[in-house]
Design a protein around this ligand. Structure first.
Ligand code: SIN
Length: 277
């Protein structure tokens, strides 16, 4: 029996567009299973032409797990689980303009993030994603073995400093709290797929456990460049009403700041994940 749902990969390494699902409606179990399997198979999935209220976005996100109430950025009024991802026409910088996964500095980093764009430029402002299973699997056996026994320190550092030039407002509590810091394996195993992926992120990985920052940097720099090799990536062109759901456990993403004088605005929820193993 046809479900009326189609799943079309957009690149060889990751990313698929799903048509035939209205995310504003509660998803029945069969539809949810199809969407979840596509998410696990393709690491990032996209939907177009959606119209979602904040509550509908949260309902969709909660099918995957509990949503984070962030104290990094000021949330949408009345919806502490929703971050406003915004670049106003006069802003120069944006959030996410470097390869990263969301919240790897937390004890339980994000499982996934869902971004729904309400305003976007006619062109520009794409988002790229990179497959971190492929990044790990393409390393030499010797490097894989060495990294598999290593852990690293992750921190959110100076959020105030990083936020200069952005329209996003830092949460008032972020200035007074200490930075978040966590220790995670450099290679993690996905709890649902059982696959191993590389888990280091330029803005948050400070150093390897048991090593100094200086000792860690050369290998980290190699891994950051390797993790974003073009053949591991896909690139999504947004329209008003597009939704992306990405798996932070096995993918990194990069928001392109290649537009100016136009507003780009969306709502993002972040699904809390497990402690990496
Ligand atoms: C982010 O969550 O890193 C921002 C992604 C985007 O704006 O495309």
């Amino acid at each position: 029996m046809s479900t009326g749902i189609s799943i079309k990969p957009i690149a060889g390494s990751c990313g698929a567009e799903i048509a035939g699902v209205d995310l504003s409606m509660p998803l029945d179990d069969a539809t949810f299973q199809t969407v979840q399997q596509a998410f696990l198979d393709h690491l990032v999935i996209f939907f177009r032409d959606q119209t979602l209220s904040p509550d509908q976005l949260k309902t969709f996100g909660r099918r995957f797990g509990e949503l984070r109430v962030s104290d990094q950025y000021q949330p949408l009024d009345g919806h502490p689980e929703i971050l406003e991802i915004v670049k106003e026409p006069d802003a120069t910088d944006i959030v996410g303009n470097l390869w990263h996964c969301d919240e790897s500095f937390m004890e339980k980093p994000a499982l996934g993030s869902i971004l729904y764009l309400i305003d976007c430029p006619e062109y520009g402002g794409d988002t790229m994603f990179a497959n971190q299973y492929a990044a790990f699997e393409s390393l030499s056996p010797g490097m894989q073995e060495m990294l598999s026994s290593m852990r690293a320190i992750y921190s959110d550092g100076s959020l105030q400093q990083r936020n200069k030039g952005r329209s996003l407002k830092v949460h008032p509590n972020a200035a007074s709290r200490p930075s978040y810091e966590a220790v995670h394996p450099v290679v993690r195993t996905h709890v649902q797929t059982g696959r191993k992926s590389l888990f280091v992120h330029r803005p948050y990985t400070i150093r390897f456990e048991g090593m100094t920052v200086e000792e860690s940097q050369p290998l980290l720099r190699f891994l950051y460049a390797h993790a974003a090799r073009p053949e591991f990536t896909c690139r999504f062109r947004w329209d008003k009403g597009s939704v992306a759901l990405w798996d932070n456990r096995c993918a990194q993403h990069y928001a392109l700041n290649d537009y100016a004088g136009v507003r780009r605005y969306g709502h993002r929820v972040t699904i809390i994940g497990d402690k990496p193993k």
